[in-house]
Design a protein around this ligand. Structure first.
Ligand SMILES: Cc1cc2nc3c(=O)[nH]c(=O)nc-3n(C[C@H](O)[C@H](O)[C@H](O)COP(=O)(O)OP(=O)(O)OC[C@H]3O[C@@H](n4cnc5c(N)ncnc54)[C@H](O)[C@@H]3O)c2cc1C
Length: 390
């Protein structure tokens, strides 16, 4: 015998997208079911920087304090160094007249936990994690029926008006509901390392290093840690995987000679893609996050754009009349997709620069950013954009 649940919204996947949507819909009139297949924490190496605009949204959802209680730290500076190791551009967000003029950083899995725990504490949200299995029994334009098995092995039959695919770039919801998908694969995978510095203040800021043939990024993590992302030729990946601690330290030292790290360790290899669906909405089904716009992490945008979009999706769901979710979802797509597509195009152009490994292209980038030092309006515009205000 299955437990029968009548829901307004069923969310498949509780990564950042699913957790953020559940968080935004907590304590509302909507009954929300969240089905997450994994019982494990999220991958710690992924998005960990919340833009000022994202922090503003989280404050609006009354969850920002929860991030600081969980150990989030503030960062205000971005530093660019050229191949001679000179700082040629640096920016801070203090001058920006926005409610939260800083980036908050917290390990990815902690961001997910704060969002999900905040959501799951409320009466209108039910979380099934790990959901042992689920399958779609019936899918009509205004309803969906899902059979699922919860973590204790108990069966549920969920009938919902809206189906949300928040199940990442390999989305099963997307596959099963006829969304046209386009994928671009970048040439160079990213090698991700974790480092720790007890002394170097540079490890506390976001630093981008233009090196010969590559652009290396250093991203601060809480407690003096940092994450280093290095684009690498496929043929050389195995050398990173097999390197000893000492060899890794030497390699990092060769790339970033001024950085004083106490320790460094290998984390993982990521194959970046640009994945986009031509639509986000199909009747009562809506895709969010990486399921409809997975992108190269070159500009640290995937998670931020997801949360920013979810603010709009939550408004659309909350503003819909009970029997007209589809119209509201369609309006949401029409109002938000064109602007987000432009950001994805920009991200792709930037990812191609990173992927190119071309010194000539890096020199042009250096010239462009250096020119902003004498252009207050251009600089302000850049600060706004990188803070998430468009
Ligand atoms: C190395 C790296 C660094 C990054 N850095 C940044 C950054 O600095 N800033 C930034 O903004 N973004 C960054 N990103 C991107 C960001 O992490 C992603 O865009 C974001 O996490 C996507 O969230 P999501 O919830 O859409 O997908 P996912 O995180 O993939 O979550 C999907 C969830 O769905 C679950 N799931 C999958 N299939 C099913 C199923 N069949 N049934 C039920 N559940 C299912 C999964 O278990 C998972 O929990 C980075 C990405 C990478 C790879």
């Amino acid at each position: 015998m299955s437990r029968v649940v009548e829901a307004d919204v069923v969310i498949i996947g509780a990564g950042i997208a699913g957790s953020a949507l559940a968080c935004a819909l907590r304590n509302t009139h909507l009954k929300v079911m969240v089905l997450e297949k994994s019982g494990q924490p999220l991958d710690t190496a992924r998005g960990d920087h919340l833009q000022p605009r994202t922090c503003e949204i989280l404050q609006g959802w009354k969850v920002l304090d929860g991030f600081f209680a969980a150990g989030a730290e503030k960062r205000g500076k971005t530093i660019w160094r050229n191949p001679k190791n000179e700082v040629f551009f640096s920016s801070t967000y203090d001058e920006l007249k926005v409610p939260e003029p800083y980036f908050a950083f917290l390990n990815h899995e902690r961001i997910g936990e704060v969002l999900l725990h905040t959501a799951a504490c409320t009466d209108n949200i039910e979380l099934i994690k790990p959901c042992q299995q689920w399958s779609m029994i019936e899918h009509q334009p205004d309803s969906v029926v899902i059979d699922a098995v919860d973590d204790a092995g108990l069966a549920l039959r969920i009938t919902s008006k809206v189906l949300v695919g928040a199940d990442g770039r390999g989305s099963k919801v997307r596959e099963n509901t006829n969304f046209e998908t386009h994928i671009t694969r970048y040439k160079k995978p990213l090698v991700v390392l974790f480092g720790y510095s007890s002394t170097d203040p540079e490890a506390l800021d976001l630093c981008i290093y233009l090196r010969k043939n590559r652009m290396v990024t250093l991203i601060p993590r809480t407690g003096g840690g940092c994450k280093i992302a290095i684009p690498e030729d496929r043929s050389k990946i195995k050398h990173w995987k097999q390197a000893t601690q000492q060899e890794l330290k030497q390699r990092v030292n060769k790339l970033l000679p001024q950085l004083e790290l106490d320790s460094v360790r290998f984390s993982d290899i990521y194959q970046p893609i640009d994945l986009r669906t031509t639509r986000w909405v199909n009747n009562n089904t809506v895709l969010v996050g990486d399921s409809c716009h997975a992108m190269h992490p070159a500009r640290s945008l995937g998670m931020n754009l997801t949360i920013q979009n979810i603010e709009m999706l939550a408004k659309a769901l909350l503003g819909a009349t009970p029997d007209n979710f589809n119209q509201s979802l369609s309006d949401y797509e029409q109002d938000n997709k064109p602007a987000l597509d432009k950001v994805l195009d920009e991200n792709h152009r930037y990812a191609e620069i990173m992927d190119s490994g071309s010194d000539e292209i890096f020199t042009l980038l250096e010239q462009k950013l250096t020119a902003l030092n004498g252009d207050p309006d251009g600089l302000l515009q850049r600060l706004k954009t990188t803070a998430g205000y468009r």
